[in-house]
Design a protein. Structure first.
Length: 77
């Protein structure tokens, strides 16, 4: 039977899972922005852009810092 998680630390697996869900969220918001632009729903577009501006960029920095820490820890190990 194949091992799906070979010797990776729990921090690395957690960081990859957080990155996966962050990218899925980003993709979902981008799809909603495109649909609101196509369907000319201006209030939704402004709401989504404000969400991107306020929270998503800070979260992106946090996710990439978590990934960097996980990579460094895995490299040391």
């Amino acid at each position: 039977m194949r091992n799906t998680h070979p010797d990776y630390s729990w921090l690395f697996r957690f960081a990859v899972r957080v990155l996966k869900y962050f990218l899925l969220t980003l993709f979902g918001i981008l799809v909603a922005i495109v649909l609101s632009k196509v369907l000319v729903i201006a209030p939704l577009l402004h709401l989504l852009v404000s969400i991107l501006d306020a929270a998503l960029f800070k979260t992106m920095g946090l996710v990439f810092c978590l990934m960097a820490i996980a990579v460094v820890v895995e490299s040391i190990r």
